[in-house]
Every structure is written in C-alpha cells, then in structure tokens.
Design a protein around this ligand. Structure first.
Ligand code: NAP
Length: 243
C-alpha cells in the first residue's frame, strides 16, 4: 500500500484527488491538508507520497517541506517556471527525495502537446487558444506555456517569426517562446486548449477538452505509483508514457 497525503484537499483538484486515492486498491489516504492545516500531519500519518494541488503562492513552501521530510511529491499546481523548477531540482539532489511535476495530468492533453510538437516542425505560423474557469489564478495556463516551449524546441530556427509578419504584432494575446497565447476565462469551463497551425491554404487544429476533473486522475495516480522510482525532478506526464 502506498500511503498518500493530499495538499489542497478542499480545492477542486484536491477533492478529486482524495476521491481517486480513496478508490485505489493499492493506496491509503493518510492525510488531507487544507490551507490552515499543519503539514506535520503528513509525517504523523506516515505519508510516502504527497499530491500537491494548491496555489502558485503556496507550492514552493509545500514542496520544500515534502523534500525535507523525505515525502516524494506529485505536483500539479501551476506557476512553476524554469527558475522554480531549478530550485526544486536542487532540493531533490540535496535530500534524495523525488518530485514529479506535470502542468497537465490528462492523457489527451499530453497527446495534444505531443502532436502539436510534431506539427511545429512543419508550420511557420501557430497560435494557442486556452480556456479555463474564471477561478483559475494564473494566466496563461501552465499547459499552454509548456506547449509553446515544446513547439519552439521542435521548430527549425527561432520561433519568433511564427505567425507574425515583419513589423506586425499579430492578434492580441501574450507571446511566449515565440507563440501567441490567448487565454479565455469563462464559466462552466474545466480545461480546454486548441493549437492552430496556419499553412498555405490550410489550417491544422489540435484540440483537447477536459470536461471533468476526473480526466486528470489516471495521470495523477500513475505518477503516485511511479514517483518513488524516478530519481530527482521529473517534469511532464509524457515521461511516463511510451510516446
Ligand atoms: P482551488 O479549487 O482554488 O484549490 C486550491 C486549494 O489549495 C484551496 O482549497 C486552498 O485552500 C488550498 N491551499 C492554498 N494554500 C494552501 C496551503 N499552503 N496548504 C494546503 N492547501 C492550500 O484550485 P484547483 O482548481 O484545485 O487547482 C489547484 C492548482 O492545480 C492550480 O494551480 C491549478 O492551475 C492546477 N491544476 C493543475 C492541473 C494539472 O493537471 N496539473 C489540472 C487542474 C488544475 P483555501 O480555500 O482554504 O485557501
């Protein structure tokens, strides 16, 4: 049995994570940590792995606690930029505790990013439209930022030129890694993203919709099962899939 704690247990993702852990035959939910709870309950409960779905403001302090206390971490909270990931990587080296981070735990979203990365090698114009619920604290989404990063890495030459004519700023949106990202925040949304590529006389759209938070749970449980055997910091659910 894997003893699991959940941080952010009263939140949308935390609630779904507690239910998924409860329903898993090989896991025991030993601690539910809401914002006012003492993290020591994780140690007292003997947690071997903790799932972290809180806020960009809380996540670093929580991961520091987990690594210091030898509790492997599965982190879904967004807002972990390159500098923060570097810091977390140093903590894993210092403590020998593993951390798994995924901006998106939905299988379809990972495939969407994978296909968009493949397509990026063949198109010189691309933009991303992401849509989430109005309660989401960060913008653009972590998934869209990671997609843009992967697309930039797959393109031959700087991605800056993509989708933007010389001297033209392109459509409104935020540009990251050379890709313009449009962020919509609308009621009754969960997590939705479309990557649109433009070529001569054609467009290619690669789209994924999470319709319910249960879509993230198979990926979360997969990471909980594997994190103890993944040394250091691992980023991206694709690292666990045979793509
Ligand atoms: P949410 O409903 O707002 O839940 C966040 C929860 O974190 C709240 O219940 C909050 O408690 C709690 N919290 C804040 N600080 C805490 C702390 N120090 N210790 C313990 N709990 C703390 O947000 P959500 O929709 O569940 O999303 C959570 C995070 O996951 C966001 O960053 C979101 O972007 C991300 N996300 C990731 C994925 C993925 O697949 N990776 C998917 C969906 C969402 P209080 O209400 O008491 O303040």
């Amino acid at each position: 049995m894997i003893k699991v704690g959940v941080l952010g247990s009263n939140g949308r993702m935390g609630t779904a994570s507690c239910a998924a852990v409860d329903a898993a035959d090989d896991m025991e939910l030993v601690a539910r940590i809401a914002s006012k709870d003492d993290l020591d309950a994780l140690v007292a409960g003997g947690a071997g792995v903790a799932i972290e779905f809180t806020t960009p403001d809380s996540v670093m302090e929580n991961v520091r606690f987990l690594t210091t206390n030898s509790i492997h971490a599965v982190v879904g909270t967004t807002g972990l930029d390159a500098d923060r990931l570097k810091t977390i990587g140093s903590w894993t080296e210092e403590t020998g505790t593993n951390v798994f981070v995924a901006p998106n735990f939905a299988l379809g979203a990972v495939l969407m990013m994978h296909f968009a990365t493949q397509a990026a090698a063949h198109y010189d114009a691309a933009e991303i439209v992401e849509r989430h619920h109005p309660g989401k604290l960060d913008s653009p989404s972590g998934t869209s930022l990671r997609t843009a990063l992967l697309m930039a890495g797959a393109h031959d030459g700087p991605f800056e030129a993509l989708g933007v004519a010389a001297g033209h700023e392109g459509a409104p949106g935020e540009k990251h890694h050379g890709v313009t990202i449009h962020s919509l925040r609308l009621p009754d949304s969960v997590a939705h993203q479309e990557v649109v590529f433009g070529g001569s006389g054609e467009t290619l759209s690669i789209r994924h919709d999470s319709l319910d938070r249960t879509s993230f749970m198979p990926g979360v449980l997969m990471a909980v099962r594997k994190v103890s055997s993944l040394p250091g910091l691992t980023v991206g659910l694709e690292r666990l899939l045979d793509l």
